[in-house]
Every structure is written in C-alpha cells, then in structure tokens.
Design a protein around this ligand. Structure first.
Ligand code: DAH
Length: 328
C-alpha cells in the first residue's frame, strides 16, 4: 500500500509551488490525472485484502478530495493574480498630455474666396456659378468683344472645339445670370479661369477670379465706387483708399482700373466699369431702363497682396510648410 500522507504532502507542495496556470495544469495531470500515483492506488484498492479495502479506499478518497479542493483554490489564486497583472500592465494614464493629431485646413485661396464671398453676401448679393467649358458666344460675343479681338487668338485662349473654349474670365457668368433672370441682379461669380500663359512668378495658365454684377434701375458709377471702397476696406483694412483710373474693357463703358493705397503708392487690384449697353441688349435687357456695374478681381492677386506672397506658384505647389502659414 502506498504512503498516502507522503503522496498527499508531495502533491500539495507541487500545487502550492505552481507559479502560473499552465504549470498548475501540468501539476493537475501529475497529481489527480488518470496515471497519477493517487488515482492509480485508488484503482488498485480492489487488490488489497478485503479487511483493508474500506479504510484504504476512504483515505485515498479524502486525499483526492483535498487535492481537488487545493487545485481549485490555487487556480482561483493564479487567475486573480493574472487579472491583477493584466490590469496593472494595460493601465493607461489618462492624465498624460495628448498627442496632437495633424490636421488639414482650408487653402489660402479658398479662404480668400470665401472672404470675398462673405463680403458680398453681407450686402445681399447671391453667388452664381457657371461652367469652365464655355461657348465663344458667352465668353466673347455677348460681352461685346469684337470678332478680331486678340484675346480670342489661339495664342491666348484654350479652345476645346469650334465655338467652345475654356473660359478666359468669369465674365460669361454675367451673361448666363442675366439670360436666366430679370433685373434686379446682384451676383458674384467665383471660379477658375484659363489662359494660354506660361507660368512665372505672376502668371499661371489656370487661376481664379470673382466676377461681380449689379443691374437695376438707377445704378451709377457712384454705387460702383462705394461698393469697391467697401470691398477693399474689408479686405485690406479700414485705412485703405481706392483710386479709379480710366481703363478699357469691351464689356464696360466707362471702364475703370482700380488701385488700392499701398504704403506711399498704389497697387492695381481689379478692373471694373458700367456694363456696356450692348451687353444688356445682347441678353434682352432694356438698356434705356436698366444700368449696372461689373467688376472682376483675381483671387490669387488679392491673396498675394494681403499676405505678401511673392510668387503665384507657391499657391499651387501644396508645400505644407507654405500652406501651414495660413491657418483658417
Ligand atoms: N474680365 C476681365 C478680365 O478677365 C476682368 C473684368 C474687368 C471684369 C472689368 C469685369 C469688368 O466685369 O467690368 O480681365
């Protein structure tokens, strides 16, 4: 007969020594598994003399139960230790400073366009848009630009097909707006325009303009001047002055070039004028009854002047070191 006390003591010592759940599983197999000494002894009880069987069976069963209890206790201990360990290791310190996420922003040209839009929205204007692929009629003819005007040449205009082109300015949106509604008209038309230019510090074959148009009874040059004065003061500062010089555009009469005060001098900022009666007649407006003004301003030019950007190409390079200098 085996020494139950010695077996039990040895098995209990092994259970207590198991430092993790995997080891404990091995100890379980070695102590109460099918081929462990104690279960084997229990199986062999039937081979003992009959008078010894009862006592031996009873003691072996008690020992086995003790092992099962101790195994369960040890398992619970190791499980809660493992959980405590996991909690300690996985703990996050929510008081640590956060890691800033890099985030994008609006491009300086978009910011400038939106500012110009807001200035006119505040005055009750609506925003109108037109297609970048335009007809020759809307881009030139309806705007009183003569058939032989140099701007129409292949060297200046990107033609798509006969009578169809990439618009060279946002002025054709004037034509579309007037064709689709009766006066009064108060719109601005922001958008992309195309010219057959090579790129340098001040030129780009693709750039952006905002066209403005106000048509009603009794609109005068004084309204134009007041509107542009307001625009420049909001864009460049309340201390700015504007100066009107005589200019020429086929679609305005008179035409003016507008300068804004800049240090000791002046900077040319946009073109404008009173809408030529021929343009009004082209869209079926009564030019005896209605007058109006129009202007066109380059968004790149405004952004470059406001921020002292020396080269237009910086606006298109998308170098983050440049863009990040204009947080929205
Ligand atoms: N369309 C002109 C250009 O692209 C800009 C312009 C000038 C627009 C005078 C106007 C205007 O409406 O009245 O250069």
């Amino acid at each position: 007969m085996v020494d139950i006390d010695a077996l039990l003591a040895d098995a209990l010592a092994q259970i207590d020594a198991a430092a993790d759940l995997a080891t404990l599983e091995e100890v379980r197999i070695a102590t109460v598994g099918r081929s462990a000494p104690l279960p084997l002894a229990l199986r062999d009880v039937g081979t003992l003399p009959p008078e010894e069987r009862g006592e031996a069976g009873k003691n072996l069963n008690i020992a086995r139960q003790q092992l099962e209890v101790r195994l369960a206790e040890r398992e619970a201990e190791l499980e809660s230790a493992a959980l405590a360990d996991k909690l300690a290791n996985d703990r996050i310190d929510v008081t640590l400073p956060g890691r800033a996420m890099p985030h994008g922003g609006l491009h300086v040209l978009t910011q400038t366009r939106r500012e110009i839009e807001q200035i006119f929205l505040d005055m009750g204007y609506a925003i109108a848009e037109g297609p970048e692929v335009e007809t020759e009629f809307n881009n030139f003819t309806a705007l009183n630009i003569p058939e032989d005007h140099p701007a129409k040449a292949d060297s200046d205009t990107l033609w798509v097909s006969d009578g169809v082109l990439l618009r060279t300015h946002t002025s054709p949106v004037q034509v579309r707006a007037m064709q689709s509604q009766e006066p009064p008209v108060a719109i601005i038309c922001p958008g992309r325009v195309y010219r057959r230019d090579t790129q340098d510090a001040t030129h780009s074959p693709i750039f952006h303009q905002v066209e403005g148009l106000l048509i009603d009874e009794g609109v005068t040059l004084a309204h134009l001047k007041g509107t542009l004065d307001h625009l420049t003061k909001r864009l460049f500062g309340a201390d700015r002055e504007i100066r009107l010089r005589s200019g020429f555009f086929p679609f305005t009469e008179p035409s003016i070039e507008v300068d804004v005060s800049w240090g000791d001098g002046w900077m040319e900022i946009l073109g404008a004028g009173m809408v030529d009666p021929n343009v009004l007649e082209h869209v079926g407006y009564d030019s005896e009854k209605y007058t109006g003004f129009a202007f066109g301003v380059g968004i790149e030019r405004v952004a470059m002047l406001r921020h002292g950007i020396p080269d237009i190409r910086m606006l298109y390079d998308n170098d983050v070191r440049f863009l990040a200098q204009f947080p929205a």
